[in-house]
Write a protein that binds this ligand. Structure first.
Ligand code: X90
Length: 281
């Protein structure tokens, strides 16, 4: 019996950085359309090339979820598969995965496939993938349903918040309501947003200056749940320096267990844009 984890590419974890003797990991890429150019968000995508293309392009850019067939191909590979997707309130990816599951089960009713809506993206999905890997590697009885139940509970306990220099792509593509006050950015004010329990985006706070922004993020994290022993994953869009400062602030302010930093892949780079920081915990 083989264990598989499938995720869409918004998870920010690259296939090449996953290691396990027992569990296979595959990401199904979203597509990023920048003017006439299409970028497939696979391990080969070079984020600075994507950002350059976005900076040069005047016409509208957009993204598209994977097809059900792309998920079906990924699901056919394993006996027991858990799949995580970006919030179904932000993307059609979850629906595509559910349809891909149905396609595979028609042909192979013996396969076990569970699709979980992360109600988030990025770091929260990394944490779900990590937990799934741990549970699968430790499994001795083939308790697929038990593992899925634990992952659903873990999903519900995870939180996400983020701060971006630029919310244009989220707003232009209808993933977020326009911000009030367009002068915010020029005044050095940073907007801090978080994921609602339904997986939609909510503007939570504003802060002026870098230090105050990071402190406001840790205050938001503290008020959102008890962070004792929490694992935190920061993904950054070409902003390692900011990610490391935020990590330091989190370690100073909160009793978390760990803070990992990783670069955004294509989809989250497209929306977070340069300097964006996304925190899953
Ligand atoms: O189907 C598609 O084309 C994909 C659409 C994705 C839209 C939004 C991605 C935002 C990623 C900001 C972090 C947001 C975390 C909040 C989760 C509720 C970058």
């Amino acid at each position: 019996m083989t264990w598989d984890i499938v995720s869409d590419s918004s998870c920010d974890l690259r296939m090449a950085s996953f290691e396990s003797g027992r569990v296979r990991f595959e990401t199904v890429p979203l597509r990023l359309q920048v003017g006439e150019r299409e970028f497939l968000d696979n391990d080969d995508l070079v984020v600075p090339d994507l950002l350059d293309a976005m900076n040069q392009e005047k016409s509208a850019s957009s993204t598209a979820c994977p097809s059900p067939a792309a998920f079906a191909r990924a699901f056919e590979a394993g006996d027991c598969t858990v799949c995580f997707t970006i919030s179904s309130n932000l993307s059609g990816t979850y629906n595509a995965a559910v349809m891909g599951r149905e396609m595979v089960l028609e042909e192979h009713p013996e396969k076990k496939i569970c699709v979980i809506d992360s109600k988030s993206t990025a770091g929260a999905m990394v944490l779900l993938i990590r937990k799934a890997k741990e549970l699968m590697e430790a499994d001795e009885t083939g308790d697929f349903e038990g593992i899925c139940d634990q992952l659903r509970l873990y999903q519900a306990a995870l939180r996400t918040c983020f701060t971006l220099e630029n919310f244009d792509n989220l707003i232009k593509n209808g993933r977020m309501r326009p911000l009030v006050g367009t002068l915010l950015h020029s005044l050095g004010i940073h907007v801090i947003a978080d994921a609602t329990p339904h997986g939609t985006i909510h503007v939570a706070d504003k802060a002026r200056g870098e230090v105050k922004t990071y402190k406001a993020i840790t205050a938001l994290m503290k008020s959102s749940k008890d962070c004792t022993g929490a694992e935190v994953v920061i993904s950054h869009c070409e902003n390692m320096a900011g990610a490391l400062k935020l990590k330091q602030q989190i370690l100073e302010d909160l009793p978390v267990k760990s803070v990992d930093v990783l670069p955004c892949r294509g989809l989250t780079s497209f929306y977070a844009m340069e300097k964006g920081l996304i925190v899953g915990y």
